[in-house]
Ligand binder design. Structure first.
Ligand SMILES: CC(C)(COP(=O)(O)OP(=O)(O)OC[C@H]1O[C@@H](n2cnc3c(N)ncnc32)[C@H](O)[C@@H]1OP(=O)(O)O)[C@@H](O)C(=O)NCCC(=O)NCCS
Length: 160
């Protein structure tokens, strides 16, 4: 049975955290699907205005992160990941809710995300108010050359 009484510490991250984030990234994303970003891609994205990194720690251990971008009134959840052995403890939901709150604080009226079709994370997104709004055929390129569709989801952020 999973322990739901864990103390999840959320904090803003910086470019200095990208090395630690990459260890979570490589463990979290199945290499078959080609979803993980490289450290260089993360650093490049973080250098852009309106992009922020959120870190999740359990017992001082980095167990998850989210990378989010807000431009004008649009926000996008670029990445969210939790270490496989730390899943099911509420870390993903806590990161997602923080991304929603941060996007709201930055003036966004919606938060979008894109993920591989069939990803189990769909359940998390649906339970947090996201609805499917589009499809991109053959968007992800897997290691073996296979292609995977992407599905786009959006969640309105109510005004203050
Ligand atoms: C998606 C992800 C971040 C969720 O992290 P998590 O810490 O396990 O999420 P939570 O513990 O907060 O679970 C939230 C809900 O999502 C559902 N869920 C999450 N991951 C699931 C999975 N792999 N299979 C089935 N259900 C899942 C659960 O039903 C859970 O609901 P509950 O709390 O009512 O039981 C994690 O599975 C992950 O890192 N996946 C790989 C990376 C990825 O695909 N990211 C999304 C695309 S960018």
């Amino acid at each position: 049975m999973s322990d739901t009484r864990v103390a999840i510490a959320l904090a803003d991250g910086t470019a200095a955290d990208v090395g630690a984030v990459d260890r979570v990234m490589q463990a979290a994303f199945d290499p078959r699907f080609g979803e993980a970003w490289t450290p260089a891609q993360c650093l490049g994205m973080l250098s852009l205005p309106g992009v922020w990194l959120t870190l999740a720690h359990l017992d001082d251990r980095l167990v998850g992160f989210a990378l989010t971008r807000a431009v004008a009134d649009d926000a996008e959840l670029l990445l969210i990941a939790v270490l496989p052995d730390q899943r099911g403890r509420g870390v993903g939901r806590a990161l997602l809710r923080r991304a929603i709150d941060d996007a709201a604080a930055r003036g966004a009226v919606r938060l979008c995300l894109e993920m591989r079709a069939g990803n189990d994370a769909t359940r998390l997104y649906a339970s947090e108010g996201f609805a499917k709004c589009g499809e991109r055929r053959n968007y992800y390129a897997g290691r073996g050359g296979e292609r995977f569709d992407a599905h786009t989801y959006v969640r309105p952020i109510p005004g203050k």
